[in-house]
Design a protein around this ligand. Structure first.
Ligand code: PRP
Ligand code: MN
Ligand code: MG
Length: 182
C-alpha cells in the first residue's frame, strides 16, 4: 500500500479494528435478516471497501447493486446538493434493501437517498454505515447499523478520500492540515 504516513496526523482505526467491527455488525445483520435475501446497495465510491468486506463476511444470501451520488465534489465541506451520477440496475419492489455507506457526516446524502429508495416500493430499507460523525449531523438519519462514532475531523482511508486520494489506505486516519491548507 502507498506510503502516505506524512499526510496523516493520526491513525484513528487500524485494519484489524475495522474488520473485527464489521464481523460484529454482520452477526447482527444475520440475526435480523435470518432466512431472507438481502440486496446490499453500495454508495460509490466511498463504500467500496466496506461493501467488499461486509458482503464477504455475511453468511446470508445477498446481491449487490451500486449507486453513485454526488454531494461533496473535491471540497472538504458538504454542499448538501445531491445528484444521481449512476442509478441502480435493480428494481426494488418487494426487496429487503440495506444501504451500505462508509460514513455519515452531515447526513444529507443518506437522508436524501433513503427517501429516494423508499419511494421505489421495497419491502424495507435500512442503513449500515461504518462511520458516523455525531457532531457533524445537520439532519438526523435513522441508521440501523453503525460501526464507529468518530470525532468531527477530516478522515481518509478505507474508501474515504480527499480529492479522490487515500481511498486505498487499509486503516482510517485523520488528514494532516498541511495537506489541504494553503
Ligand atoms: C462522502 C461519503 C458519504 C457522504 C457523507 O461521499 O462517502 O457518501 O460523503 O456525507 P454527508 O453525510 O455529509 O452527506 P462523497 O460525496 O465524498 O463521494 P465519494 O463516496 O465518491 O467520496
Ligand atoms: Mn460517498
Ligand atoms: Mg468523497
Amino acid at each position: 500500500p502507498c506510503d502516505v504516513a506524512a499526510d496523516l496526523s493520526e491513525i484513528l482505526l487500524t485494519e484489524d479494528q475495522i474488520s473485527a467491527r464489521i464481523a460484529e455488525m454482520c452477526r447482527e445483520i444475520e440475526r435480523d435478516y435470518a432466512g431472507e435475501e438481502l440486496l446490499l446497495v453500495g454508495v460509490l465510491k466511498g463504500a467500496v471497501m466496506v461493501m467488499a468486506d461486509l458482503a464477504r463476511e455475511l453468511t446470508l444470501p445477498i446481491t449487490m447493486d451500486w449507486m453513485a451520488v454526488s454531494s461533496y465534489g473535491s471540497s472538504t465541506q458538504s454542499s448538501g446538493v445531491v445528484r444521481i451520477l449512476k442509478d441502480l440496475d435493480t428494481a426494488l419492489e418487494g426487496r429487503k434493501v440495506l444501504i451500505v455507506e462508509d460514513i455519515i457526516d452531515s447526513g444529507l446524502t443518506l437522508s436524501w437517498l433513503l427517501e429516494n429508495l423508499k419511494s421505489r416500493g421495497p419491502a424495507s430499507v435500512e442503513v449500515c454505515a461504518l462511520l458516523r460523525k455525531p457532531e457533524a449531523a445537520t439532519v438526523e438519519v435513522d441508521v440501523r447499523y453503525v460501526g464507529f462514532e468518530i470525532p468531527n475531523a477530516f478522515v481518509v482511508g478505507y474508501g474515504l478520500d480527499y480529492a479522490e486520494k487515500y481511498r486505498n489506505l487499509r486503516g482510517l486516519g485523520i488528514l494532516a492540515p498541511h495537506v489541504y491548507e494553503h
